[in-house]
Design a protein around this ligand. Structure first.
Ligand SMILES: [Zn+2]
Length: 445
């Protein structure tokens, strides 16, 4: 390694002069490496003169450093195109070297705000933000594998009133959002599934009890096994049970205290709460029977980590419960029985499978928070980028909020709401700023 390379930290450069003027050090340098055509990699070139380029580089202590480079302009004799010499460590059209941009990124990530960092480095606040976002997107791209994950979680969430729902694809093995796409109907998702890569390697798909997703997955993921999501199944059981309760006792079911006791699992009730519930049920023997049945069913559905042999013993219990539901004669319970019957295979697989779509739900929560803080995303394209950026930041224990959020809140308080909202909406994702959490703790999903 030559002295020039040690000083600059860039390969194959040669320093020709160093000057100091005020607080700035100007280093004149020349790239000594071989030149080749960027279009055809040919080396038969004709020199067409020199071009100067000034590039911001790593600071020397408190002094700013500028690289003054002399670059060759050439014409390729093989393909006939003109080009300017490409050099390592500096991208075309950039006014700062990669290492300088990385330094700005790191310092902004460490919590120095844009304007302060910009003043210190002699660049604009907008430039700090641009460097920061570019690096962030680069890292998010590196995290996002091009092929489908092996264990996929699918769930829908509400996006906007005009555009309806969006579908989230989650990598349940690595706890990442794989992708988000607009729509939840077969028609809307068909084209997305068609261009998805690596569908063969998906082994397990975890989803709620939506028939559309099931038929799509059966069609597009030939090697995947569908597993029902435990959270959604239990929620469905509870939903029908509570509706049935409303049919039986319309007045009692309006009692919010009782409602909260009714929908919980038995192990989540305190002794005095259990007594209260039992006292209510003792007056209604029919309801008590249904309640006990629901508890048994829920505990059956909560089982996991089971072996094949254990599952074989559990399956008759589940099938009996489904038959009982369908023969109960109560409209709500019959509907529940029919749903469980049509999804019986997927539900039974839950016992062998330990993961659930809980992570996906957590990501939805996060996305909704981001969206709410930005006063809603109207442009769907921005949502995945924003959420990917936010998730990336959260691994560093940093919360994300949009740039104009605070200003907007203040403006709203003094009646300037309408005037200021438009620019906020327009600048949504480009305006993510970083704030370090005081204790550096990461956020639990
Ligand atoms: Zn060429």
């Amino acid at each position: 390694m030559t002295d020039s390379e040690i000083v600059l930290g860039l390969p194959q450069y040669e320093i020709t002069a160093i000057e100091r003027a005020g607080g700035t050090i100007t280093i004149s340098a020349r790239h000594a490496g071989p030149i080749s055509c960027p279009h055809c990699q040919g080396s038969r070139l004709r020199n067409k003169g020199w071009r100067r380029r000034s590039v911001r580089h790593d600071d020397w202590g408190f002094r700013q450093c500028v690289l003054r480079l002399e670059l060759r302009k050439s014409r390729c004799l093989d393909c006939g195109r003109w080009f300017r010499q490409r050099i390592p460590g500096i991208q075309p059209f950039q006014r700062a070297s990669e290492s300088f941009q990385e330094m700005v990124f790191q310092q902004h990530l460490d919590g120095i705000n844009r304007s302060c960092l910009g003043r210190r480095k002699g660049i604009g606040a907008a430039t700090v933000q641009r460097y920061f976002l570019r690096r962030l997107q680069k890292r998010a791209r590196q995290d996002h594998a091009p092929l489908c994950p092996k264990i996929l979680g699918i769930d829908e969430h509400f996006f906007t009133r005009r555009k309806g729902y969006a579908t989230t694809f989650c990598d349940l093995k690595n706890h990442r959002v794989y992708d988000v796409t607009l729509g939840r109907s077969e028609k809307a998702l068909e084209s997305y599934f068609l261009r998805l890569q690596g569908k063969q390697q998906v082994r397990i798909v975890c989803m709620d009890l939506a028939a559309v997703y099931r038929s799509l997955v059966r069609k597009h993921f030939p090697n995947a096994i569908i597993v029902a999501d435990r959270f959604h199944v239990i929620r469905l059981v509870n939903h029908h049970f509570l509706a049935c309760w409303r049919d039986i006792d319309p007045i009692g079911s309006k009692n919010r205290g009782l409602l909260s006791l009714m929908r919980r699992h038995r192990h989540n009730l305190k002794p005095e709460q259990q007594l209260r519930l039992m006292a209510y049920l003792a007056e209604r023997p029919a309801l008590e029977l249904i309640y006990r049945f629901k508890q048994r069913l829920c505990y059956l559905l909560l089982k996991k980590h089971k072996t094949k042999r254990q599952c074989q013993k559990l399956i008759p219990r589940f099938l009996r419960a489904v038959v009982e539901l369908r023969q109960s004669g109560l409209a709500q319970l019959v509907t529940l029985g029919d749903t469980l019957h049509s999804w019986s295979e997927e539900i039974v697989r839950m016992w062998r499978f330990t993961r659930s779509n809980g992570i996906t739900e957590g990501f939805h929560n996060k996305m909704e928070t981001i969206s709410r803080q930005a006063y809603g995303f109207r442009n769907f394209e921005k949502l995945p980028a924003a959420s990917a950026g936010a998730m990336f930041l959260e691994r560093f224990g940093i919360g994300v909020c949009p740039r104009n959020w605070r200003r907007a809140r203040r403006a709203k308080a003094c009646g300037w709401d309408a005037g200021i909202r438009t620019p906020i909406r327009r600048s949504r994702v480009c305006s993510l700023t970083v704030r370090r959490r005081p204790n550096g703790a990461s956020i639990e999903l």
